[in-house]
Design a protein around this ligand. Structure first.
Ligand code: TYD
Ligand code: MG
Length: 464
């Protein structure tokens, strides 16, 4: 019997199935399975394989200290890459449609070209005229970027191989690129995987750095994620809230540099502007402080970042109390509320609780617990926290405040931005710097310190 020449791949997770079904067994997604043609069989079907060629095995030792870098000149972009893109590497830049990926990449390519590098920008989504219009609006039309509009990977490779070797090639976006070797439609997992593989191989064999632009699906995954993420050396996400004017570039995987590094940009009419001092941007106007706001001295990647946490506690109108969180983890809020109840005597079962991280940021650090608790207490109490204070520290279920890493870095950033006092876990040290440290051991001490009328000093320890 002839073997079926079709296979079915899930477009969300990349799992391959032998027959179509409405739901993918691997990831549980509905309507994500699409029929894709398969290439010629790679052995395993009884046919004789070609005999492999030998290759030399070598030492781990190397004389090269660091991989050389190609800086684009956009400082925030280079830093997230670990100091510039590495020759021969492939980089995936993902983000929601319309977030500004094409703008960022065009700016990076223009900056690189202006500095004397050979930058090639291949647009698969926009026509040449559209890219030129964008460049004109951003006043980059004079930059010597080699621009092309193509979607077939064979055409792209033939064009690249015919010209002088590029330093950086950007492909915007990988979802539009297809190879004539496959019958599947462009944008399917098989096409994206094969085209990406060809481009990555091109990077490795010529030393050009390849930047692939991708899209993120609604649930936050780069479309065709499994297909591309493991092929590339670094994955950067470009993110931000639509209504806000700043954007974050975040490294989530980087074989040649730190992950969790962020770059901050501000959107302007002329493209993205770098924000070298993001704390000031996220804090906003602090001349009048209302109850329920606390400043968290956080760390994003290797950089300290001050963020404002806002809380609102209001009596529930009817039914089940609401808990709504923007920019933080809902489970974490539930935990803080439980600890405030059990260890601090602040029962909020009859109250709605809202928590928001200002500026559309998202906090992942547990060290934000103390600031969130302070914001909640301040809102319950209706009294603003002292406006010269920052908070950080993790809260444990016992109500104890646990130390946070890189305390010194957080405190220096706070001092730089004019704060003079920090409410911190016990044992936090700072050499000089002019910050007054108020150490808190547990939730009860926090309540006493920020002057909550119902605070009962020592109660937490009596109960636990
Ligand atoms: P675009 O770069 O096309 O987004 P993506 O490639 O991620 O889909 O940007 C979307 C729109 O926003 C586009 O019309 C240009 C506009 N924009 C600005 O006007 N200023 C900016 O700084 C940025 C980043 C975008
Ligand atoms: Mg785009």
């Amino acid at each position: 019997m002839a073997k079926s020449s079709a296979s079915f791949a899930c477009q969300a997770c990349g799992a391959v199935h032998s027959k179509w079904s409405g739901r993918c067994d691997a990831c549980g997604g509905w309507n994500t399975i699409v029929e894709e043609g398969v290439g010629p069989p790679l052995g395993g079907d009884g046919r004789k394989r070609a005999r492999g060629r030998q290759f030399a095995l070598e030492d781990l030792k190397t004389d090269d200290e660091h991989p050389p870098r190609r800086a684009t000149g956009i400082g925030e972009f280079d830093r997230v890459c670990g100091g510039g893109v590495v020759p021969g590497s492939a980089l995936l830049v993902g983000g929601d449609p319309g977030i500004g990926k094409s703008t960022l990449i065009l700016q990076a390519m223009a900056a690189y070209a202006k500095a004397g590098g050979r930058a090639v920008y291949i647009s698969g989504e926009e026509a040449m005229a559209q890219v030129r219009l964008r460049a004109a609006r951003m006043e980059l039309a004079e930059a010597p970027v080699a621009l092309g509009s193509a979607t077939c990977v064979e055409d792209i490779l033939a064009t690249l191989e015919a010209g002088p070797p590029p330093g950086i090639v950007a492909i915007d976006s990988i979802l539009t690129i297809w190879t004539s070797a496959l019958e599947a439609a462009p944008g399917t997992i098989a096409q994206v995987r094969t085209a990406s593989f060809d481009l990555v191989r091109y990077a490795k064999s010529t030393g050009a750095a390849v930047i692939l632009v991708g899209h993120v699906t609604k649930d936050g995954q780069i479309a065709g994620p499994k297909a591309v993420e493991h092929l590339v050396d670094a994955v950067l996400y470009f993110e931000g809230e639509r209504g806000h004017h700043f954007r974050l570039l975040r490294a989530v995987k980087n074989r040649f540099g730190p992950t969790d590094e962020i770059g901050v940009f501000e959107m302007t009419g002329k493209g993205l502007a770098e924000v070298p001092n993001p704390s000031a941007l996220f804090l906003g106007d602090r001349s009048s402080l209302s109850p329920g706001t606390a400043v968290f001295a956080g760390i994003e990647g290797t950089r300290p970042l001050l963020m404002e946490i806002q809380a609102l506690v209001a009596a529930t109108g009817y039914g089940t109390p609401r808990r709504a969180v923007v920019g933080w983890d809902t489970g974490r809020l539930a935990m803080i509320l439980a600890v405030l109840d059990a260890r601090g005597g602040l029962g909020l079962s009859g109250h709605d609780v809202y928590l928001n991280v200002a500026g559309g940021l998202r906090i992942g650090e547990p060290a934000a617990d103390l600031a969130a608790a302070a914001a909640l207490i301040s809102s319950i109490h209706g009294r603003a926290l002292p406006k010269d204070s920052v908070f950080f520290g993790e809260i444990s279920l016992s109500g104890d405040i646990r130390p946070a890493p890189q305390a010194e870095l957080r405190l220096r950033e706070a001092a730089k931005l004019g704060f003079s006092r920090a409410i911190v876990p016990a044992g936090t040290k700072m050499d000089g710097g002019g910050m007054r440290l108020s150490e808190v051991v547990d939730i009860a001490e926090l309540l006493t310190l920020i002057g909550h009328p119902r605070a009962v000093p020592g109660r937490a320890r009596m109960e636990s």
